[in-house]
Design a protein around this ligand. Structure first.
Ligand code: NAD
Length: 354
């Protein structure tokens, strides 16, 4: 099978690429602009492997994407490239609009031009898997879960840009017949996540003896999925899902942010007893503007239709994640010293419109 993965040098994209290349006979092209959030080291295990190619390009470059699509001739496209950090979207939304909306439009148009030139058999097999988030649905109260029929109600510039991209993807199916599948997944965690997101940020701050910021009271709830389980779900959808369908993907592991932080502290206490207790570093700071209270995902459709399920429990996945960061300082140390030092983002203080 031939695949094109956008955003493959990011967190979920790299996990997906490693999983795809573990299948015999895979031809994989990654297109990634290598923004601050990318780490080429995540894809280093694939360098030089037969069938693997990396292309540095902007998905917003329509001509480049059309040429790439024709050159690769994919059976399936996994579209993950995006600006992804909510706090950065609050500080400066422009790149989110450009990549998540305009970039998705360019990918859909490139895919449509390529797909419309395929033989009927190849066109019927082709899939464009659009990867999105449960954040497009906004905030839940204490009860209930998001499902495939939940109405969109995004709160942040990030989730609004992803919501718009989802609408474009569905419109390209309904209007042009492009075989699009949309997935909305809950929060991912695991190896190779850029250390601006809650879990690696907490872990690396705690490891360095720096304050661990917890927004508000830490009672916001997220559903957590180990990243390799997400990769398997996406591969399942590309293989088996009918065009035009949407699937929720989740971990069935709801935790408050404070629970997550305390889990990391406990794992570090066990590994570095001399520095325990790490939860003495916790500081409650002002909340994120527009902070959604709770996300919960009902992923029974993908479980029922295809037998996909979470292979890694939250407890096992968190231990794996902590141990991966401890064993892979070479991966994250340059990011902490050169790209992002762990300081607070997303206070909406500048009012800048860039
Ligand atoms: N992380 C999560 O918890 C989560 C949950 C559900 C859905 N998602 C979605 O999954 C996808 C991947 O998320 P992630 O956490 O791996 O993101 P990430 O920030 O780790 O990686 C994004 C990648 O996209 C690349 N990129 C950004 N702009 C680009 C452009 N214009 N052209 C080409 N490449 C570009 C970056 O260089 C980076 O490698 C996103 O679409 C995100 O919305 C993420």
């Amino acid at each position: 099978m031939k695949y094109l993965v956008t955003g493959g040098a990011g967190f979920i994209g790299s996990a997906l690429c490693l999983a795809l290349m573990a299948q015999p006979g895979t031809h994989l092209t990654v297109v990634d602009m290598l923004t601050y959030a990318a780490n080429p080291a995540s894809l280093a295990p694939l360098a030089g492997k037969p069938g693997y190619r990396f292309v540095q390009a902007d998905i917003g470059d329509g001509a480049a994407m059309r040429a790439l699509m024709l050159d690769v001739g994919p059976d399936a496209v996994f579209h993950l490239a995006a600006e992804t950090h909510v706090d950065r979207s609050i500080d400066s939304a422009g790149a989110f609009i450009q990549t998540n909306l305009v970039g998705t439009f360019q990918m859909l148009e490139a895919a449509r031009a390529y797909w419309s030139g395929l033989s009927p058999q190849a066109a019927a097999k082709f899939r464009f898997v659009h990867i999105s988030t449960d954040e497009v649905f906004g905030s839940l109260g204490a009860e209930g879960s998001f499902s495939e029929s939940t109405a969109y109600d995004p709160s942040s510039p990030y989730s609004a840009s992803k919501a718009g991209a989802d609408h474009l993807a569905r419109a390209w199916h309904r209007t042009y017949g492009l075989p699009v599948i949309v997935s909305n997944c809950s929060n991912n965690y695991g190896p190779r996540q850029f250390p601006e997101k809650l879990i690696p940020l907490t872990l690396l701050n705690a490891l360095g003896g720096a304050p661990i910021n917890v927004y508000g009271k830490g009672d916001n709830v997220r559903d957590w999925l180990f990243v390799d389980d997400h990769a398997q779900a996406l591969m399942t959808l590309a293989r088996a899902a009918p065009p035009g369908e949407t699937y929720m993907i989740g971990g069935r592991a709801e935790r408050t942010n404070l629970d997550v932080v305390k889990t990391i502290c406990a794992l570090l206490d066990a590994r570095f007893p001399a520095q325990a207790p790490h939860d003495r570093l916790i500081r409650f700071v002002s909340d994120r503007p527009g902070h959604d209270f709770r996300y919960s995902v009902d992923c029974s459709k993908i479980e029922r239709d295809f037998g996909w399920t979470q292979a890694v429990t939250f407890e096992a996945g968190m231990a794996k994640t902590v141990d991966w960061y401890l064993a892979n300082e070479d991966w994250w140390k340059p990011l902490r010293s050169r790209v992002y030092d762990g300081g607070r983002l997303g206070l909406a203080s500048t009012g800048a419109a860039s």
